[in-house]
Design a protein around this ligand. Structure first.
Ligand SMILES: NC(=O)c1ccc[n+]([C@@H]2O[C@H](COP(=O)([O-])OP(=O)(O)OC[C@H]3O[C@@H](n4cnc5c(N)ncnc54)[C@H](O)[C@@H]3O)[C@@H](O)[C@H]2O)c1
Ligand SMILES: O=C(O)C(=O)C[C@@H](O)[C@H](O)[C@H](O)COP(=O)(O)O
Ligand SMILES: [Zn+2]
Length: 364
């Protein structure tokens, strides 16, 4: 078992990673001061529920908790105002109150959706993340919660920190191969933005991680969470530094929206976006080796590095203009300046970005 804390003053919380931790949730809740006086509201999806929901509900009930659950369809389209409203209706009908605790049992979709419910139900209730995807090492930590708008990703949201992240790595064994690769894209991102040695380790352990070797996976998730926690604890609400976690997301989020949510998985879109950012770095005068290194590790993980040909460049550019990092009409990008280090660069020329988008089109 590995444990680290994200340091945010009185809102600090532990991230506990280990094999078979799900049935420790009742004890972990009680250790964090969430006793049986508050009703639990588990939000999960239809692919996760058959594997893990009834066992978790039984373990919680056995310890005296009152448990209600809500199951959404699997996939990105559930991160919507429609499902947010459906969940809110259920919460109100159940009579949940300010002592209630929302538990996200799932990947980034469930985590972001449930977190936004927790942030806004009665203006905010307690929240716990129980991640079940590799990608969720990123989404379960740091308190960004949101739903998508058809025009732009994560446009309707809040900052609302969980009080506990309990990561049972045994749940990852039921992930599909495509979801494993997608999740590992954000692990690689943490190496690219912060830690060249970790990126090298990811290169050496690609086969082990893709096969879900327990020790390698536990270390990769731990180190990814550690990088994320270091950044978020210095800049919780993205006044500056936190934007580095957005490497690849300006292009990636635009691709997700234009392709139609769920067509490209988040990690796949970010993989393409990271190659785009590396190409931008090259155009800005940084070494071409950054592109080669970025692309080669993503390809080793079987991740896409080209923009699907059928996606319209005008639509991609329009979606990019809605990026949350853009200010006063200026295109701002996270640019890798060396392996393991990125910078936020302002005033990037839209014509240059357009030419990179066109160059990146190809077979996925
Ligand atoms: N808040 C943040 O900081 C943050 C960070 C990164 C990504 N995100 C968001 O996370 C989302 C992507 O998350 P994701 O990749 O986890 O997607 P996801 O939540 O859709 O999960 C991927 C798929 O795997 C299924 N699944 C989940 N756990 C499973 C399990 N253990 N066994 C079998 N199937 C399982 C799901 O039903 C889904 O179909 C995006 O919306 C992205 O914007 C948020
Ligand atoms: O936590 C962050 O900050 C990130 O940027 C992590 C990203 O991986 C994540 O996809 C996040 O949801 C993107 O945030 P957004 O502010 O660009 O919507
Ligand atoms: Zn992301």
């Amino acid at each position: 078992m590995r444990e680290l804390w994200i340091e945010l003053g009185e809102r600090s919380y532990p991230i506990i990673i280990g094999d078979g931790l799900l049935n420790r949730l009742p004890q972990a809740l009680s250790d964090r001061g969430m006793g049986t006086d508050g009703d639990l509201f588990i939000i999960t999806d239809e692919n996760i529920a058959p594997h893990y929901l009834s066992g978790l509900e039984a373990a919680l009930k056995e310890q005296g908790y009152t448990v209600n659950s809500f199951v959404v369809p699997g996939g990105e389209s559930s991160k919507s105002l429609k499902w947010y409203e459906n969940i809110m209706t259920e919460a109100i009908q159940l009579g949940l109150d300010r002592k209630s605790v929302v538990i996200a049992l799932g990947g980034g979709v469930v985590g972001d959706l449930a977190g936004f419910v927790a942030a806004t139900y009665m203006r905010g209730v307690r929240f716990v993340q129980v991640p079940t995807t590799i990608l969720a090492h990123d989404s379960s930590v740091g308190g960004k919660v949101a739903v998508n708008h058809p025009l732009a990703k994560n446009m309707i949201g809040a900052f609302h920190q969980p009080e506990l992240v309990l990561y049972d790595t045994a749940t990852l064994l039921t992930l599909s191969d495509r979801e494993i690769r997608s999740g590992l894209a954000e692990v690689i991102k943490h190496g690219l933005i912060w830690d060249e040695a970790f990126l090298n380790w990811c290169d050496e352990h690609a086969d082990a991680l893709l096969k879900l070797d327990a020790e390698s996976l536990s270390y990769a998730l731990y180190r990814g969470c550690e990088v994320k926690a270091s950044v978020v604890s210095q800049d919780e609400k993205e006044a500056g530094l936190r934007a580095i976690l957005n490497l690849g997301h300006t292009i990636g989020h635009a691709l997700e929206a234009v392709a139609g949510y769920g067509e490209l998985l988040h990690g796949e879109a970010i993989s393409i976006g990271m190659v785009g950012s590396a190409r931008l770095a090259e155009e800005l005068g940084y070494p071409a080796t950054i592109v080669e290194r970025t692309q080669s590790i993503l390809e080793r993980y079987g991740l896409p590095v080209r923009i699907p040909k059928h996606l319209d460049t005008d639509a991609i550019m329009a979606a990019m203009m809605r990026d949350k990092k853009f200010k006063s009409g200026q295109m701002n990008f996270v640019v890798p300046v060396e392996i393991g280090k990125v910078e936020i660069q302002t005033g990037i020329s839209p014509t240059l970005v357009r030419s990179i988008v066109d160059d990146l089109k190809g077979e996925v």
